[in-house]
Design a binder for this molecule. Structure first.
Ligand code: EPU
Length: 419
């Protein structure tokens, strides 16, 4: 198991390049199952979750190769539309194959994802929407089986009780091959949904309104293969923005996504950071003293839950009181106990964290519990006095490509211990 050692107190300076977005790449791999030919993807990040997704596709018989930032998915040999427990349990986003499989092959058998470190995370809305499209859903031995009606899925008018990112993607993909029109209401508006729709369009799908709360899909008899460049990772971008702010450094983040970090930028400005953004880069200059600010996670375009832990790390060294409310996941405060070990003053009350900023954090051995919690510990370690040792960094490798290399390039004192 790997550990990360950080000597804190070094302001980060310089340029860093953002990788392709994990949460866009994952639905796009699943989208590769829909066509009659291969889907080529560029800007594919080299991450554990991506390799797991490729393995899920190969398990079904598809060809799924990932090399040097490119992926080719050829769905033609698929002969086993199943996602097994061993794979789904390590990555719940495997459930994204459900919609494409049932749409393309009339049948899918996918292990029902269990809860995870950040919450229960049901997929009931994915299943309800497929049912509305005529699929028969049954649950046996931990597996969901979805069977399309004779003649295939049919278009439906479906309202999501709560906006769900992978739910919207799953059903949008299924609808591209359904008979007639599907209208998804209260859909998730995250940029990764829009990126998925863009790729599907190059494959011949007819989708309108992706990125708004109503997405309309006219089903097609078939889709072809295609080629698509995956959008840049907005959460990686945001994490480096906080890294600049928390260390009082100056970081130019290159090739990030365009115009989708407004809510975070506003909060970082409230915290005293200076931000200059254009179509090539975002330049973040950290303040001398971080000002405390409140935040409340919301679906896009609100403040992202995937940035909550990192923003909390910043607020632990704020000038006063900060109130952070997590409204998306019920258990996404696992980093709090670890930040406290570093001297943070945080009180939890249900889904609210009340943070009293301290002058400085001090390095300590801490444990990563999930992807974004790990990122918050790295940020805290960068700002802390002394040495921080983070164990279980495999969580980090699920979502941050070459993280220590990128941090080293910005002058951080960080190293990985492999044992
Ligand atoms: N929900 C339901 N029923 C459903 C689906 C969702 O009640 O059928 C609830 C969830 O429990 C949650 C809320 O709806 O309270 C929103 O969850 P959503 O479905 O949007 O989350 P997700 O699609 O499972 C994606 C990202 C997460 C990110 C969330 C929220 C991917 C692969 N994952 O998850 O990313 O936190 O959207 O933005 O896109 C991460 O990258 O670290 C990560 C966890």
């Amino acid at each position: 198991m790997h550990r990360m050692i950080i000597e804190g107190g070094q302001p980060l300076n310089g340029d860093v390049r953002v990788s392709g977005a994990k949460n866009a790449a994952l639905p796009l791999f699943a989208a590769g199952l829909l066509g009659d030919g291969p889907l080529l993807l560029d800007n594919v990040p080299d991450l554990k979750d991506i390799h797991t997704m490729a393995a899920v596709l190969r398990h079904m018989g598809a060809l799924a190769e990932v090399t040097d930032g490119r992926a080719e998915i050829d769905p033609r040999p698929v002969n086993n539309p199943t996602a097994p427990y061993e794979m789904v349990k390590t990555m719940r986003a495997s459930a994204l194959v459900l919609g494409p499989l049932v749409a393309r092959h009339g049948r899918a058998r996918v292990s029902l994802p269990g809860g995870c470190a950040i919450g229960e995370r049901p997929i009931n809305l994915h299943l309800k929407a497929l049912e509305a499209m005529g699929a028969q859903i049954s649950l046996e031995q931990g597996y969901v089986t979805a069977v399309a009606p004779k003649g295939g899925l049919k278009g439906a008018d479906f309202f999501f009780d709560t906006p769900t990112v992978t739910g919207t993607e799953n059903i949008m993909m299924a609808a591209t091959l359904a008979r007639g029109r599907t209208v998804l209401r209260n859909a998730a508006m995250e940029p990764e949904v829009t990126d998925t729709a863009r790729a599907l369009t190059t494959m011949g799908a007819d989708i309108r309104g992706a990125g708004t709360e109503t997405v309309t899909i006219e089903g097609r008899g078939s889709l072809r293969g295609g080629r698509h460049r995956i959008m840049a990772d907005r959460i990686e971008t945001g994490t480096f923005m906080v890294a600049a702010a928390i260390t009082g450094g100056r970081v130019r983040i290159i090739d990030g996504p365009q115009g989708c970090l407004g809510a975070l930028e506003k909060k970082l400005e409230e915290a005293g950071a200076r931000i200059e953004a254009n179509d090539q880069f975002v330049l973040v200059t950290g303040p001398d003293r971080i000002l405390s600010a409140d935040a409340r996670t919301r679906p896009y375009p609100g403040f992202p839950t995937d940035m909550q832990a990192q923003f909390m790390a910043l607020m632990t060294v704020g000038s006063g009181l900060s109130v952070i409310q997590e409204t998306i996941f019920e258990n996404r405060f696992m980093h709090v106990g670890e930040l406290k070990r570093m001297g943070a003053d945080v009180r939890l009350d249900g889904n609210t964290a009340i943070i009293s900023g301290v002058e400085h954090l001090s390095g300590a051995p801490v444990m990563a519990t999930d992807l974004r919690a790990s990122a918050s510990l790295i940020l805290a370690g960068l700002a802390a006095r002394g040495q921080t040792e983070i164990s279980r960094v495999y969580h980090l490798d699920r979502g941050y490509e070459r993280i220590e290399e990128k941090l080293l390039g910005l002058g951080a004192r960080v190293r990985r211990i492999r044992e």
